[in-house]
Each structure stands twice: as structure tokens, then as C-alpha cells.
Design a protein around this ligand. Structure first.
Ligand code: FEO
Length: 167
């Protein structure tokens, strides 16, 4: 059932698949909230982020299958669903991504301790991805902070965010 993984590595990877799908759920909730606020472009941005998190979960899931493990799909918690502004959402998103970075680093530590070099190598993609994710959210926060209370600038920024491609 654990395939080529140690029990510890197997459990940690299953947990991370759950975490990636929880991230997807959280960003989908933010997208819903943006639609409610008539920030349709920002809603698109979070929807893309949702899709990206799904692809992270899928990537890990496929890797586990490839290594002969039977993936265990753990329960996903209900995410928060109310925020007072888009800026608050992005602050929340940044805090969440920093938390995920810690989880990925912890996974890499486990792979190292278990002498699982294949998984350590696999996880490198996620380590790099977290650097990108944190940087892109930080950039958006800086823009929101720059526009302050300007409604006109908010409309423009919302439109820009709506142009986001997949990642
Ligand atoms: Fe899957 Fe946003 O990290």
C-alpha cells in the first residue's frame, strides 16, 4: 500500500495532497467572495490559483501512483469564506503560502531523513514553485497598497488581474 515509500514518507505525502486540495478550496472561496464584491477580474485570478492548486495536488498524486503507492484521500476542511476586501484576501493568501512553504520544506526534510532521494528530487519543483507563489502574491499586495482608496485604480487593477493566464 505504501509502494516504494517508507510509512512516514507515505503519510506525509498523503497529508500534502490534502493540503494542496485545501489550498484549491480556499482560493475558490476567495474567488466566490470577489464575485460578490463585483471584482470579476480578481475573481478570475483566484479561480486560476484554484486550478493551479488542483494541479499541485494532481502532480503529487500521480507521483505516488508512479511509485506504487495507494493514495489515501483524506478529508478536506471547509475554508473560510468571508473577507472584507481583496487586500485582506491577498494578505491571507500570502500567510497561507508561507505556511505551505513550511510544509514543503518539512516534506523535503522527511525525504532527506528517510534517504528517499527520488522524493527529494521530486519535491524540488515544489520548493521552486513556492518561491514564485510567494513573490507573485507579494507583488499584488504591493499594488493594492499603492492604489489605497482610489476606486478608479481598483477598477484598473481588477481588470489587470483578470488577464492572468494559468500561472
Ligand atoms: Fe500549492 Fe500555493 O502552493
Amino acid at each position: 500500500m505504501t509502494g516504494k515509500f517508507s510509512e512516514r514518507m507515505y503519510n506525509a505525502l498523503n497529508e500534502q495532497i490534502r493540503n494542496e486540495y485545501f489550498s484549491a478550496y480556499l482560493y475558490l472561496a476567495m474567488s466566490v467572495c470577489c464575485s460578490e464584491m463585483n471584482l470579476d477580474g480578481t475573481a478570475v485570478w483566484f479561480r486560476k490559483q484554484y486550478e493551479e492548486e488542483l494541479s499541485h495536488g494532481d502532480k503529487m498524486y500521480k507521483y505516488m501512483i508512479e511509485r506504487g503507492a495507494r493514495v489515501k484521500l483524506l478529508q478536506i476542511d471547509e475554508p473560510r469564506f468571508e473577507w472584507s476586501s481583496a487586500l485582506e484576501m491577498f494578505h491571507n493568501a500570502l500567510g497561507h503560502e508561507k505556511y505551505v512553504t513550511g510544509l514543503i520544506n518539512n516534506l523535503a526534510n522527511i525525504a532527506y531523513e528517510e534517504k528517499d532521494h527520488a522524493t527529494l528530487s521530486f519535491l524540488q519543483w515544489f520548493v521552486d514553485e513556492q518561491v514564485e507563489e510567494e513573490a507573485s502574491v507579494e507583488e499584488i499586495i504591493a499594488k493594492f497598497e499603492m492604489i489605497g482608496e482610489s476606486k478608479r485604480a481598483l477598477i484598473y487593477l481588477d481588470k489587470e488581474l483578470g488577464k492572468r493566464k494559468k500561472d
